[in-house]
Design a protein around this ligand. Structure first.
Ligand SMILES: NC(=O)c1ccc[n+]([C@@H]2O[C@H](COP(=O)([O-])OP(=O)(O)OC[C@H]3O[C@@H](n4cnc5c(N)ncnc54)[C@H](OP(=O)(O)O)[C@@H]3O)[C@@H](O)[C@H]2O)c1
Length: 251
C-alpha cells in the first residue's frame, strides 16, 4: 500500500461510504466528509493526495468547483458521479491536479466489487494513471476506460430508460388500487422479478433516480421514441390487430 491519504466528499452517503470502507480495508487512511461532518475542503485537500467527489449529481459540479482550486498539482481529483460529461469537464476546468473520472456501475448493496463493472475516464493523468485500475482489478472488478460522451449515451439506456420504465409501471400498479405484494397465487416468476426491481427503484433514493433520468442530456430523444412506441402499440391494441401486434413484437 502506498503512503498517502484519501478524502471522500460525500463519504457519509451511499456509494461514498461503501468506498470509504473499501479503501480502509485496503489499508489507506480515509477521510469521509458530508455537509456537516468531517474535514472542510481546505483541510481535506491539504491532507489528501487523492480526493473523490461522491455527492448527488445535481450538486456535483458546484462541489467540484469549490474543491478543484484547492487541489495541488500532482494530486488526484476523482468523482463517482453517474453522469460523466459535465463532471469530468468541471474537474479539468477547476483544477490543475490530475483528473480521473470514475463510475462504479453498482450500488452500495453489493458485498464486494468482484465481478462488478467500473468505468474509468482518464482525463489528465500521469503519475496516477494506473492506481485506480490496479487497485480495483486486484479486487476482481471489470475495469474499462471510456469517454464521458459515450458513457452518458449508454446510461440514457441502462439507467434513464430502464428506471423510467420501472417507475411508470410502479405508478400504474399503484393506481390500480391493488397491493401487488398481496397477489399471492396470482403471481408468475417474471412478475415477481419485475416487482422486485420496481420496489427497489421506488424504495431507494428517489433523488438519485430522479437525477439519473432528468439530468441525462441524451434521454429526451429516447423518451420521444418510447412515447411513439406506446402510441403505436395502443393503436394496434384498440383495433385488436393481433397480426399487427405480432409483427410489431417480432420486429
Ligand atoms: N448509490 C448508487 O448506487 C451509486 C452508484 C454509482 C455512482 N453513484 C453516484 O455517487 C454519487 C452519490 O450518490 P449516493 O447514492 O451515494 O448519494 P447519497 O447516498 O445521497 O449521499 C450523498 C453524499 O453527498 C453528501 N452531500 C450532499 N450534498 C452535498 C453538498 N452540497 N456538499 C457536500 N456534500 C454533500 C452527503 O453528505 P451528508 O448527507 O452527510 O451531508 C452524502 O455523504 C452520485 O453522483 C451518484 O450518481 C451512486
Amino acid at each position: 500500500m502506498e503512503d498517502f491519504e484519501i478524502g471522500i466528499i460525500g463519504g457519509t452517503g451511499g456509494i461514498g461510504k461503501w468506498f470509504v470502507n473499501f479503501f480502509r480495508n485496503e489499508g489507506y487512511i480515509v477521510h469521509a466528509s458530508g455537509r456537516k461532518t468531517g474535514l472542510n475542503i481546505d483541510e481535506l485537500t491539504k491532507r489528501c493526495e487523492v480526493v473523490i467527489i461522491s455527492v448527488p449529481i445535481g450538486v456535483t459540479c458546484e462541489v467540484i468547483r469549490q474543491v478543484g482550486p484547492h487541489m495541488k498539482s500532482g494530486s488526484l481529483l476523482m468523482d463517482f458521479t453517474s453522469l460523466k460529461e459535465d463532471a469530468v469537464r468541471c474537474m479539468i476546468e477547476s483544477s490543475v491536479s490530475e483528473v480521473m473520472g470514475c463510475h462504479p456501475l453498482f450500488g452500495p448493496d453489493v458485498l464486494s466489487m468482484k465481478g462488478q463493472n467500473i468505468a474509468l475516464f482518464p482525463a489528465r493523468v500521469k503519475k496516477w494513471v494506473k492506481w485506480p485500475e490496479n487497485i480495483f482489478k486486484r479486487r476482481g472488478a471489470n475495469v474499462f476506460e471510456d469517454s464521458p460522451g459515450k458513457h452518458d449515451e449508454m446510461m440514457a439506456i441502462v439507467q434513464a430508460l430502464n428506471h423510467f420504465n420501472s417507475i411508470t409501471m410502479g405508478v400504474t400498479l399503484r393506481e390500480q388500487n391493488v397491493d401487488p405484494f398481496g397477489l399471492e397465487h396470482y403471481t408468475t416468476p417474471l412478475f415477481n422479478k419485475k416487482l422486485e426491481i420496481i420496489s427497489r427503484v421506488m424504495g431507494d433514493s428517489s433523488r438519485l433516480y430522479a437525477e439519473l433520468i432528468a439530468m441525462n442530456p441524451k434521454f429526451p430523444g429516447i423518451l420521444k421514441s418510447y412515447r411513439n412506441n406506446i402510441d403505436r402499440l395502443e393503436a394496434l391494441i384498440r383495433r385488436r390487430d393481433i397480426e399487427g401486434l405480432i409483427k410489431y413484437i417480432e420486429k
